[in-house]
Design a protein around this ligand. Sequence first.
Ligand code: MCA
Ligand code: AMP
Length: 496
Amino acid sequence: MSSLFPALTHAPGDRVALRFGERTLTYAELAAAAGAVGERVRGAGRVAVWAAPELETAVAVVGTLLAGTAAVPLNPKSGAKELAHILTDSAPALVLAAPGDTLPEALAALPRVDVDVRAAGTAPANEDPPLISSTGTAPADPGAPEDPALVVYTSGTTGPPKGAVLPRRALAATLDALADAWRWTGDDVLVHGLPLFHVHGLVLGILGPLRRGGSVRHLGRFSTDGAARELNDGATMLFGVPTMYHRIAETLPGDPELAKALAGARLLVSGSAALPVHDHERIAAATGRRVIERYGMTETLMNTSVRADGEPRAGTVGVPLPGVELRLVEEDGTAITAVDGETVGEIQVRGPNLFTQYLNRPDATAAAFTADGFFRTGDMAVRDPDGYVRIVGRKATDLIKSGGYKIGAGEIENALLEHPAVREAAVTGEPDPDLGERIVAWIVPADPQEPPSLDELADHVAARLAPHKRPRVARYLDTLPRNDMGKIMKRALAHG
Ligand code: MCA
Ligand code: AMP
């Protein structure tokens, strides 16, 4: 297929491509460093990338994609159980990491390749076409449109996370659709502090600017100060999850620099979960600027967005992106034709932005699609008369969105049950002003006299799964409410 990154494969120049803190790479430098990665991973099938929020992660993923190989980004905070699952399931040939990274025991068996961001890769003598030409240009990437580009792990209601296989054409399609909707060009300079092991931070936040030939500045970790500094120093766009915009809204009243920074931005984009109208309004009041929302999913990449030239209405995720077919359906699968802002249905989508399969899970893949090739998102929405989509909820109560991360209740319950002081466990989400939802663990202790503390349970889950999956609240019960079938009645728990 044509190059995923034309600005890297055709005469890369001196424009800054990536900036992480004080470290930068121009397009020419990135082409050379990514080319060197490509030499190591070409033909490897799948490789893991230790996706810490650092320059090497971006170079590793870009180099892997240029070589036509697939990357599996790993959360560097993944606990032992989650990491073991991902490694067994995805079976990467090697792991790419930054020279200073300390990798956990679970990765010891894999060959490790350190990413050298200053490498000037040269092609093996008899390689045809050369990986790196004598001018330091990376080759046109060899991957075919349907070849896997990324395998991104995402939680379901039960069981361990599934690996969504994203082909190269899905990346290209979604980024080009966003370019159209957002008037996103190579002149844009994006700032964000999103993690690099999910679609939002990696695909939109790193690969997006590189596909346009623009720049990205990554904050390492999100802070309102960092966002303000960069937007006041030439950055034009900000991407964040609602928790980040909530923190901005909280900070704005006492921070004129932040207000000035947001007021001057070309585009402020929120996604991964709903941004509450209250935060929309507070930001608009303090800066005169409206945050726009887009709606996506790991499996579908981006489906809808408020357009840069459209009306930025709070509480909606805008209109379908070019190439995306979107419909709302009843419980029985009948398409809803009413566009009345009232009739609720499940969102189903079809288009070149979709994943191809869940790795090693033909059953789950088949269940995710309708007979006519639409993907069942599980999100419930209405459509306003002018076509704007408003998400009103989710089909599954066992999925929690906390800080923009999707978390399955089932995997946390399984981890909690492995704690010796826990006899029974149920997990729910409850509203949280900062995180959107916070994880609540309902625990029947093995010994009612000595229930495990919240800290103990949080450490236990963080060490097995990931810190963002840890419970923030623990509630203790004598028994869990169950129906006649023995199924835990989560709604009874949540509503006392
Ligand atoms: C806390 N920590 C712990 C423990 N408690 N570590 C081990 N054991 C513990 N018991 C650590 C955490 O790892 C973290 O470390 C720090 O303490 C604080 O963590 P926490 O309180 O959880 O979070 P926060 O710093 O307040 O983070 C809020 C956040 C974050 C920045 C908004 O949730 C975030 O980055 N969210 C983005 C999620 C995202 O990108 N989702 C996209 C997926 P340290 O300080 O070292 O970090 S959705 C998607 O891709 C679709 C396609 C879409 O539509 O976008
Ligand atoms: P993930 O599975 O982590 O990729 O998260 C995808 C889910 O995030 C979607 O199914 C939606 O529930 C949610 N989501 C993403 N963007 C938005 C948004 N702008 N508003 C509401 N929910 C969103």
